[in-house]
Design a protein around this ligand. Structure first.
Ligand SMILES: *Cc1c(COP(=O)(O)O)cnc(C)c1O
Length: 398
């Protein structure tokens, strides 16, 4: 039964109709098994190229066991915010282990990477301050900046010269400045020029923050992240991270100089006003850190797979954009073609989502292929064969 839309809600009906007309409406698929190399999705078993489960930890036996053990000892929910009664020994252990892993003085564990940006930015800058932000920064950075109510100056994507020009022009009119950038940009897989950005920020005495969500577990020695990749230990003031991508669980981290982490512990609203992560999640994150510290094998497998898949796609004639990481965009251009491509891949047993406006600019729609360490060579060959078949059917390749 559909009811008549009341006049006060008509704007919603109009907007939903517009999204459908412009083929921008998001249809959400249902996962019916654990995130892994292969998954049950909408009633069929498919090769999974969609998740950020870089190292295949989301369904790893060691993490599953750690979560079960934590439930036996700690129960299921913290039932409090961290600052009242939600900080368990598990949370503190994870924070110390993450700080050691990343080579920073201190770390604060929060509910998600999205939360980490909301938590970290507003205490650092406010009215009368200025933020210098890369034009392709993640939505959670943008929202964190908006919450801070500081002036936001956007510099050209990965362009240190433009960042410097903007700092020179605007900084003198404000009390203090913060430069913030994604480490790895999640739609193109390119890497921020962190060394150059650091040099500039240092010269003008601007605070620095990098969001390493797609760098942790991927870049640097044994997946220690983008700061390690550039050898900039101790230089960036704040590193944001997530435990929901390569670490395979959920949660966010604010890492860096002790004075900053201490300060954010006193001020961050998602930390003060939203309950702690569960014992099971926290213990699973700890098991992920254990695995990363024990061996670099999963990180190496991920990169081997990434190189193989990228070479295979290029050999087939696909445009793979400008990625420097395992994120592999297959550039198709039009959103309609991209959606059809993704639909046909699914029919052929491969799950890879099309991404269009507003997540990427108009005319730059693509399929984003995410391999993982849970995929075998044989899996990748199955994926390549499906891309070849659909690519030929749709006239994208010869
Ligand atoms: C995915 C992502 C986040 C959000 O992390 P969650 O833990 O999923 O909330 C934040 N920043 C960047 C750059 C990301 O890519």
């Amino acid at each position: 039964m559909t009811t008549q839309t009341p006049k006060r809600l008509q704007f919603i009906a109009d907007e939903l109709a517009r999204l459908r007309d412009e083929r921008l409406f998001i249809n959400i698929r249902t996962m019916e098994s654990a995130a892994d190399g292969w998954m049950e999705v909408d009633g069929r078993r498919v090769l999974n190229f969609c998740t950020n489960n870089y190292l295949g930890l989301a369904n790893h036996p060691r993490l599953r066991q750690a979560a079960r053990d934590a439930i036996e000892r700690w129960g299921v929910g913290p039932a409090a915010v961290r600052t009242i009664a939600g900080t368990t020994a598990l949370h503190l252990e994870l924070e110390q282990r993450l700080a050691a892993f990343k080579g920073v003085e201190d770390a604060l564990f929060v509910q998600s990477g999205f939360c980490a940006n909301q938590a970290a930015i507003p205490p650092l800058v406010g009215k009368g301050d200025v933020i210098f932000s890369d034009s392709l920064n993640h939505a959670s950075i943008i929202d964190g900046c908006r919450l801070a109510r500081a002036k936001i100056i956007v510099y050209e994507h990965c362009n240190p010269a433009d960042a410097e020009a903007k700092i020179k022009e605007h900084l003198p009119q404000y009390r203090r400045g913060l430069l913030v950038t994604d480490g790895v940009f999640s739609m193109d897989g390119d890497v921020a020029p962190l060394d150059k950005l650091y040099e500039i920020a240092e010269r003008y005495d601007v605070m620095t923050m990098v969001d390493d969500a797609h760098g942790e577990g991927v870049l640097g020695h044994g997946g220690r992240g983008i700061v390690d990749h550039f050898g900039l230990h101790g230089k960036f003031d704040v590193e944001i991270g997530t435990l929901s991508k390569a670490f395979g669980v959920v949660g966010g981290v604010i890492a860096g100089k002790k004075i900053i982490v201490d300060y954010i512990r006193q001020k961050a609203r998602p930390f003060l006003f939203s309950s702690a992560t569960t014992p099971a999640d926290t213990a699973a994150c700890l098991a992920a850190v254990d695995l990363l510290e024990e061996s670099e094998a999963l990180v190496e497998k991920l990169w081997d797979n990434a190189r193989y898949l990228q070479a295979g796609m290029q050999e087939l004639g696909f445009d793979t954009g400008s990625s420097q990481t395992p994120i592999l965009p297959i550039m198709l251009g039009e959103v309609g073609l991209t959606k059809e491509f993704s639909r046909r891949l699914f029919e052929n047993g491969v799950f890879a989502m099309g991404i269009g406006f507003p997540t990427v600019p108009k005319g730059k729609a693509r399929i984003r292929v995410m391999n993982t360490a849970a995929h075998s060579r044989e899996d990748l060959d199955i994926g390549l064969a499906a891309f070849a078949k659909v690519g030929r059917e749709l006239g994208v390749i010869d």
